[in-house]
Design a protein around this ligand. Structure first.
Ligand code: NI
Length: 188
């Protein structure tokens, strides 16, 4: 199983690489990595598992964060939590060679500040993101897929696809004025 220490830190130059398109079929190793990425993200959002294995919580991961310069990403979004039973329900997205094919005009940002499993510090400031976007890519078997994402899932896709191009969210914050143009965007 993946642990927090397996995830590259922002100082690691590999995070600046532009990842390569994946050629199908996926290798066994890539399939195994994808399963581990999804398992990490799920576990990291389940409090007792996160605590037990000392996992930093996250909802998205790109292969390059494990040092693999290939274009695949995973996103695990909690859609329901039942307090009485402690049951979490997640939606999981696995996209190989993802591309954003259209975006909304409306822009949003994470009010509490965007986070990243590779950035182990609090970063203040606004990262403008499209409120909605449509992503095309492939599933693990090479079937073409199209996803319409909104709100935090839309942000997650933009964030993870940035990783495939060597971009971190901190790059997108205005250094001199981290809250520049705040009024132009909707906080979520
Ligand atoms: Ni990240």
């Amino acid at each position: 199983m993946l642990r927090t220490k397996d995830i590259l830190d922002e100082k690691d130059k590999r995070l600046r690489m532009v990842s390569e398109e994946v050629v199908f079929p996926l290798t066994k190793q890539d399939r195994a990595q994808i399963k581990k990425m999804v398992a990490y993200l799920r576990d990291s959002q389940i409090e007792d598992r996160a605590e037990k294995y000392d996992l930093r919580p996250g909802m998205g991961m790109a292969a390059i964060q494990l040092g693999i310069p290939k274009r695949y990403i995973t996103i695990v979004n909690e859609v329901d939590y039942e307090e009485e039973t402690g049951k979490h329900t997640f939606e999981t997205f696995i996209v190989v060679n993802p591309k954003i094919i259209s975006t909304s005009e409306e822009m949003i940002y994470v009010e509490a500040g965007e986070g990243c499993l590779s950035v182990n510090r609090e970063v203040e400031g606004i990262v403008p993101r499209y409120a909605r976007c449509t992503i095309e890519g492939y599933d693990m078997d090479g079937n073409k897929i199209r996803i319409r994402a909104r709100e935090e899932v839309s942000i997650a896709f933009q964030h993870e696809i940035d990783h495939l191009n060597g971009i971190l969210f901190v790059d997108k914050i205005d250094k001199k004025n981290p809250f520049k143009n705040q009024e132009k965007y909707r906080a979520i």
